[in-house]
Design a protein around this ligand. Sequence first.
Ligand SMILES: Cc1cc2nc3c(=O)[nH]c(=O)nc-3n(C[C@H](O)[C@H](O)[C@H](O)COP(=O)(O)O)c2cc1C
Length: 433
Amino acid sequence: MHLAAFLIAGNAAHSQALWRHPQSRRGGFLELDYYLHIARTLERGKFDLLFFADRLAVSTRYGDSHLHGLYIGDQDATRLDPLPILGALAAATSHIGLGATRSTTYSQPYSLAREFATLDHLSGGRAAWNVVTSVNQGEADNFGLKETLPHDVRYDRADEFLEVTHKLWHSWQPDALRLQQDRYADADKVAAIDHQGAHFSVRGPLNIPASPQGHPVIIQAGSSDRGQDFAARWAEVVFNIQPDLPRLQAFYRDLKNRAQQFGRRPQDIRILSAVMPFVGQSRQHARELQEQANALADPLVGLSTLSSHMNVDFSGFALDAPLGDVQVSGIQGLFKLLRAISAERQLTLADAGRLYAQGVLTPQIAGTAADVADWLQSIIVANGADGFVISPSHLPYGFDDFVDQVIPELQRRGAFRQDYAGRQLRQHLAASP
Ligand SMILES: Cc1cc2nc3c(=O)[nH]c(=O)nc-3n(C[C@H](O)[C@H](O)[C@H](O)COP(=O)(O)O)c2cc1C
């Protein structure tokens, strides 16, 4: 079983009520020690990695203005840049993987290759990149685009982006740097990449020597058909959000098969599914924790976040009517899922907004440590996932209960590592307990 921790360097996580939770430290996301506590707790729990999701705009789709999202504190209201935070966490940890989101639509390959090569050197081989193509008009507005690129064009650009960054990361042979008095580097072991493509023209080489991992671990979370092809070609870790076992198994089977179509082995991709655990001393206590968190979820916050994710303004839709079928250019996989759940449970738009605010459809598990461990293991055994993205309901202490209660239970069962076998992230992902 592999475990990743889901973080946003801001007021929310998957739960958009996170900042309103009585146990959350409001404004803590602006302070370094907030992240240091989280990272040290997760490393104590032997997590494979922690990673920060990210977005490059406040929500501006709901009501075609930023006022609503900021007034009520939706998922995109405030986000620090995750990479400087990871640099600080690299100094405070020694084993846990450190992942950050960067957009292929609003970055340049050369600068992004430097950011992650730098992190990989400074962390001793623990860097990971969650590759996104970005989803909404607010981001396009911040980067000079009249409108967001069409969905599949974003992925075509992303494919070329990954080709260029991999060429750059490997433009130095591992032993090229000599640091000798008479020879700084074996220059003939460092090659220009001379990339000329539809989207990028990059000469290279990178001005950073080969890093410990060679290149960062590549993470992706697309769930559309095109998104899954992209993942099958490039991703070593794939995140997904699926509400039940049949959907988990279908996604797992499909993606593992796609990997083989791209000449890769099924085990080359670790599929981690998002889950939000509520761990109690009793089942009743756990349910109370879950109800307390969910009661803080405001339907209009969820609709503001939904508007941002789907790049559609839901402010004009009737709250008491079902969620209609609209063409979305954002996270198509998630919208399809929300429509299916809304139909199954006959949700109104307000209900769907509340559900979305609770956790962006991330399934919630409430129970004792043994109950949560049972559920996690049942998904692994049923080939629903290779592991999980653990999503917090509050921060900075939202992972403490899981690390203090569920990890020891999983370790006792032999279902999770007792300790790290190596120092690098790719080693954690290769190891099975
Ligand atoms: C667990 C998870 C985390 C994600 N994190 C981000 C993120 O940080 N930033 C972002 O723009 N999109 C994020 N997404 C959305 C996907 O990265 C992807 O951009 C989106 O699913 C669109 O792809 P699709 O149309 O192929 O589904 C996330 C999705 C999932 C399931």
